[in-house]
Design a protein around this ligand. Structure first.
Ligand code: G1P
Length: 276
């Protein structure tokens, strides 16, 4: 059973300075909801109610967000603002949340390794909240969970990325299977377009099996001098099946100002189309 989900929220968000000097980038709102809450909602929708956060210094606002605030709740009680907090309160009640800190920012793989104690010996979802994934029917994590139930192995979400942007993503080399997924032969972190084995880029949603921790422990610093999850998955792919899954839905790179604004405009339009 997939019940756990790990959120990697240790990074600095330097692309959003000065906004992110004192505020976690994961708390930047798309309309009126912080990015990280979209991710937690996606996890809960996929049946993952045991949430782990890998945070770091300056990230306390995330803990406060997913906690009661009696003074505020009391203050807005009986006013029109009361319902603005209700869905968050409902979300908090359905999950248990545990936190750990990534003392040094040494890469996506290192962050996952920091979450080992929280995830234990079970398969788990991973969310990079910078990637906002929206889909009207089932969310991307739900789609990956379904693929996991079929193959019982690591699953990574992928989408076609423009050739000139392969150096922003983990890129997979895969063999298409009959059901629309790919059997992964190799993964490369942020290859130059000339070196990229395909244009299938990894999006920040994964299902990982506990064996990944063993691989991560042996993974040497790679791209950017950091310990890359992509490299650990590549090592695992030599002995175990890994499946890449194109997904239904739209994804915004909210780690960039351009993607963030696009996501905001998209969500605003959706909201304006909603009947009151
Ligand atoms: C991370 C991963 C990369 C993946 C990307 C998706 O990179 O290392 O493989 O394609 O997330 O957003 P980052 O964007 O954190 O540099």
């Amino acid at each position: 059973m997939l019940k756990k989900c790990l959120f990697l929220a240790g990074g600095y968000g330097t692309r959003f300075l000065p906004a992110t000097k004192a505020m976690p980038k994961e708390m930047l709102p798309i309309l009126d909801k912080p990015l990280i809450q979209y991710g937690v909602e996606e996890a809960v929708e996929a049946g993952m109610h045991e949430i782990g956060f890998v945070t770091g210094r300056g990230k306390r606002a995330i803990e406060d967000h997913f906690d009661a605030n009696y003074e505020l709740e009391n203050h807005i009680k009986g006013t029109s603002r009361e319902e603005a907090l209700q869905s968050l309160e409902g979300l908090i009640q359905t999950c248990t949340i545990a936190y750990t800190r990534q003392g040094e920012i040494l890469g996506t793989g290192h962050a996952v390794l920091c979450g080992q104690l929280l995830m234990g010996n079970d398969p788990f979802g991973v969310v990079l909240a910078d990637d906002l994934c929206l889909n009207e029917q089932s969310g991307v994590l739900s789609q990956l969970a379904e693929v996991y139930r079929k193959y019982k192995c690591c699953v990574v979400a992928v989408e076609q990325v423009p050739t000139e942007l392969t150096n922003r993503y983990g890129i997979i080399d895969g063999l298409e299977q009959g059901d629309g997924t790919y059997l992964v032969r190799r993964l490369v972190e942020k290859p130059d377009p000339a070196e990229a084995p395909s244009q299938l880029g990894i999006v920040g949603r994964y299902i990982l099996v506990p064996k990944i921790f063993e691989m991560l422990e042996q993974t040497k610093p790679g791209y950017g001098g950091e310990i890359q999850l992509t490299d650990a998955l590549n090592a695992l792919a030599r002995t175990e099946r890994i499946v890449a899954c194109p997904f239904d839905g739209i994804r915004f790179d909210c780690g960039s100002i351009e993607g963030f604004v696009q996501a905001t405009n998209y969500c605003l339009q959706l909201r304006q189309e909603q009947p009151n």
